[in-house]
Design a protein. Structure first.
Length: 634
């Protein structure tokens, strides 16, 4: 479950999808794919997270050690790889270089109370930079020009808010930069690492705060309703103005320069007529913006710098048939890590030398995955019953015609997020097992503009659910889906959608899987983590108020309609989930078992909002495969 933090609130919405192709059928003569072992889809990658050190002398990456992803380092010129970290409870999800040290984040059993940890390149002198039980930390600025310090925020003083500190990465000594008065939900530094921008919320209105110097007091410069606003992305390179995403007075978010003195948008940097603009890339060395990103049915970019465009196109030409991304660079910006990927592979990683144009292979992320046996993820679109265009994706089993298929409907989480064209191991696994996989960006999915986003407010289980139902009916009408062999599976809000699907349309689905899904909108909002509390009033406006909208929330809570459920159901839950509390799943299971409805229940005590540990993923997908095969006959 995602709650929009201030940065997202100010811009209201991110990037999205607007166009697509209606339907797709492979040649009837194509051969069906060979069955690939389940664990090949869901085991940890051979290597991932490749980076180049700031001085350009070392490569780093994540690779399994004792089943968990840990950081390894080796010299670029050759030499032995050395493991730097030794985490054995959970994978390291992210890390970065800091001088002669590696910094990474870790939580505990999926509780999302992330700590920042520092270790030297020998794997020694381990320091928890943000210690404390139930402390959640966030990196504000990695300070790329300072090898000794970072700027970090954490909620040790008050679980609901985050104070900001400059922290020494070797000694863990911290110095307070800004204490949160109680309503600040975001912070931003300038290019010199000075804390100069903050965002506040009163629940529904957001205010942008600014100061000329770090020693000055913050002053409010702009207040907007959370539905409309200005999202600071970075400062201009003279540190005087900002680059922002803004939807003030417009439906689609565009990129502008923004003057903090006048609090007005200035020069338009990038916009798209049909979708929201996302983030921007820039060269720290050359002090130029390089590109602005957006998403139609694929992620795309508008180049703002000829040198960056030429370099990108040169690399792209060397890797035909694949999407390309520059994922890491040294400070000199003459060596880069390049990622190649598409919808059928996690892809490969390369070292690119800008001076020579040479592209050297580094690693295949999952070399055991046979790209040629995997399925195409195709964009589709259909109309909702009230006339909205709903875009999404349809992945057909390889070599199978789009006719009378068994289908898994797979709504995304969020709900204020979106599905994208990419390699998705769940989708490919299900397609490999003979299911067509249907993903839709129902109303509220981000990227379509403000109007489409706002159309989801107080519509959980209502028109948002209708968008999913209408998509299933479209598949049936097109002859793609066998109406007797349609299942629904989703995680987080997608898990809620699965429960709502079998509660509110009990004859539509033959099986359902809810993965960390909400069942009761009253208890869900009553058990949110403390750092979501500043957004509670906004949640009431977007989902519903437990008192003012009592009838609405009751009508949209699947557990309160468990008497209508007759579809076989499989529920999976992490015991330490801070977003969707275990009680959400417990109460649904209890309600169904009282009525004798078939329900399978899997709980993992060392997991949170989704199963991160490899062995738990194996257990879940093995159980889901058997469950679907039992209830969705071939």
């Amino acid at each position: 479950m995602k709650v929009l933090h201030q940065g997202a609130l100010a811009g209201a919405i991110a990037v999205g999808l607007i166009s697509g192709m209606v339907g797709y059928a492979p040649p009837a003569t194509a051969q069906a794919a060979k069955q690939i072992p389940m664990r090949d889809f869901f085991k940890n990658p051979q290597e991932a997270g490749h980076q180049i050190s700031p001085d350009g002398k070392y490569l780093s990456w994540l690779a399994p050690y004792e089943r968990r992803l840990n950081v390894f380092v080796k010299p670029i010129g050759g030499g032995e790889a050395k493991r730097v970290t030794s985490e054995t409870a959970r994978d390291i999800g992210g890390y970065f270089w800091k001088g002669d040290r590696i910094l990474y984040v870790k939580d505990f059993g999926g509780d999302e109370n992330f700590h920042v940890v520092s270790v030297n390149l020998k794997g020694e002198d381990l320091k928890d930079l943000t210690p404390g039980e139930k402390v959640r930390a966030q990196i504000v600025d990695s300070l790329v020009d300072d090898d000794r310090s970072i700027i970090v925020s954490h909620n040790k003083r008050d679980p609901k808010v985050f104070d900001v500190f400059r922290t020494n990465v070797s000694t863990a000594e911290e110095k307070l930069i800004a204490q949160n008065p109680g309503n600040i939900t975001s912070w931003m530094t300038d290019h010199d690492g000075k804390l100069r921008v903050a965002g506040t919320t009163d629940g529904v209105n957001t205010t942008l705060l600014y100061r000329e110097k770090e020693e000055d007091a913050f002053k409010p410069i702009l207040t907007t309703n959370f539905k409309e606003g200005v999202q600071p992305l970075l400062f201009t390179f003279d540190n005087k103005q900002m680059v922002v995403g803004s939807n003030r007075g417009r439906d689609k978010t565009a990129i502008f320069e923004f003057d903090p003195v006048t609090a007005k948008e200035g020069k338009l940097i990038a916009e798209h007529a049909e979708v929201d603009m996302g983030n921007v890339g820039y060269s720290r060395k050359r002090k130029v913006l390089t590109n602005a990103n957006y998403t139609t049915w694929k992620n795309e970019r508008k180049f703002l710098d000829k040198e960056a465009e030429a370099m990108f196109k040169a690399v792209e030409a060397k890797l035909p048939g694949y999407e390309v991304a520059f994922v890491s660079a040294n400070k000199a910006e003459d060596k880069y890590i390049v990622a190649s990927f598409n919808d059928k592979t996690r892809g490969k990683r390369y070292l690119f030398d800008k001076a020579t144009g040479k592209l050297d292979f580094i690693a295949d992320i999952s070399p055991w995955m046979p790209e040629g046996e995997l399925a195409d993820m195709k964009p589709i679109s259909y109309k909702s019953r009230d006339g909205l265009t709903i875009n999404g994706y349809l992945t057909l089993p390889k070599g199978v015609a789009a006719k009378n298929l068994k289908v898994v409907v797979n709504p995304h989480g969020g709900p204020w997020a979106r599905d994208q064209w990419r390699f998705n191991p769940e989708v490919q696994f299900l397609a490999n097992r003979g299911y067509a996989v249907f993903q839709m960006n129902f109303r509220g999915s981000t990227g379509y503009g403000r109007k489409f986003w706002e159309a989801s407010f107080k519509q959980w289980g209502k028109t948002m659910q209708d968008d999913v139902t209408d998509g299933v009916q479209w598949l049936i009408k097109e002859g793609i889906a066998d109406p007797k062999r349609v299942a629904i599976y989703g995680g987080s809000y997608g898990g809620y959608t699965a429960l709502a699907g079998v509660a509110f349309t009990p004859d539509l689905y033959a099986a359902a899987v809810s993965y960390v899904g909400v069942s009761n909108l009253f208890t869900f909002m009553g058990t949110i983590p403390p750092y979501w509390k500043p957004f509670l009033e906004m949640l009431h406006e977007m989902v519903g108020h437990p008192e003012k909208d009592k009838e609405l929330l009751a009508s949209a809570s699947p557990v309160m309609h468990a008497d209508k459920i007759k579809t076989p159901l499989f529920i999976a839950q992490g015991a330490k989930d801070p977003r969707v509390n275990k009680a959400e799943s417990d109460q649904m299971v209890e309600a169904l078992k009282k009525r004798g409805v078939v329900v399978e229940y899997m709980v993992k005590d060392n997991e949170g909002h989704g199963f991160a540990n490899e062995e738990n993923r194996f257990d879940f997908y093995e159980a889901m495969e058997k469950f679907l095969a039992k209830h969705i006959k071939s």
